[in-house]
Write a protein that binds this ligand. Structure first.
Ligand code: HEC
Length: 196
């Protein structure tokens, strides 16, 4: 008889019977950033960062809008990072290879594996991109442009600026030998202006 009771006591899965330690059976975990009903229950718990605040050490949010006006205004946005050292540049190079080289190519010449498959990939070695202001590059990497998607979710603000520093440093290498301007004088912008 005991055996029968034991056997039949577990067969109803919908009504598992008395739970002695509900705290341990059912998790009270709340998703960190998901909407929840805690405030309605009078529990003082703030799942989201306080509006208008940023994480310690984080860069300020990019506030220009994703439209042609924002693209225009981005010309004046300056890279907030100090110049990268060789370790930083190596990391930026790594991020470029992972995120950008598939289209723009490891040599920035638009000859990545997707060349010909994605239309209109910018050849970052062309003068128009060599002299493109860094803020405008940041705008495009943040929001995307035509066939290029946004990289805001793959790269945080700091990483996006790092990648742009990498591109600028590569561009400086290719534009330097071509220019007759004495080495080290001025930026690429100055030298193109000198040519005109
Ligand atoms: C899916 C392919 C693809 C990937 C990946 C990609 N791009 Fe692009 N990129 C493009 C195309 C296409 C354009 C040309 C957009 C246009 O002007 O129509 C472009 C344009 C650009 C420009 C010129 C922006 C301008 O103002 O015209 C920059 C700078 C740039 N990309 C940087 C990057 C960086 C940095 C990454 C990696 C974080 C990246 N791209 C990843 C396809 C890509």
């Amino acid at each position: 008889m005991l055996a029968t009771i034991v056997l039949f006591s577990c067969n109803d899965r919908r009504h598992p019977g008395r739970i002695y330690m509900p705290d341990m059976t059912y998790s009270r975990a709340y998703e960190a950033n998901a909407p929840n009903d805690l405030a309605a229950k009078g529990i003082n718990y703030l799942p989201f960062p306080v509006p208008g605040t940023i994480r310690r050490g984080d860069l300020f949010p990019y506030t220009l809008s994703n439209d042609s006006n924002g693209y225009k205004l981005a010309i004046d946005i300056k890279d907030p990072l100090p110049p990268l050292d060789s370790v930083g540049l190596n990391e930026a190079h790594r991020l470029f290879n992972i995120n950008c080289a598939i289209c723009h190519g490891p040599n920035l010449d638009a000859q990545g594996p997707l060349a010909g498959k994605v239309g209109g990939i910018a050849n970052l070695k062309m003068p128009q991109y060599v002299k493109e202001p860094e803020g405008q590059m940041f705008h495009v990497v943040t929001y995307g442009k035509n066939n290029m998607g946004s990289y805001a979710s793959q790269l945080d603000r700091r990483q996006r600026w790092m990648v742009i520093q990498f591109i600028k440093s590569e561009q400086a290498k290719i534009s330097a030998p071509k220019d007759s301007v004495a080495a080290g004088s001025g930026t690429t912008k100055d030298s193109t202006m000198a040519k005109k």
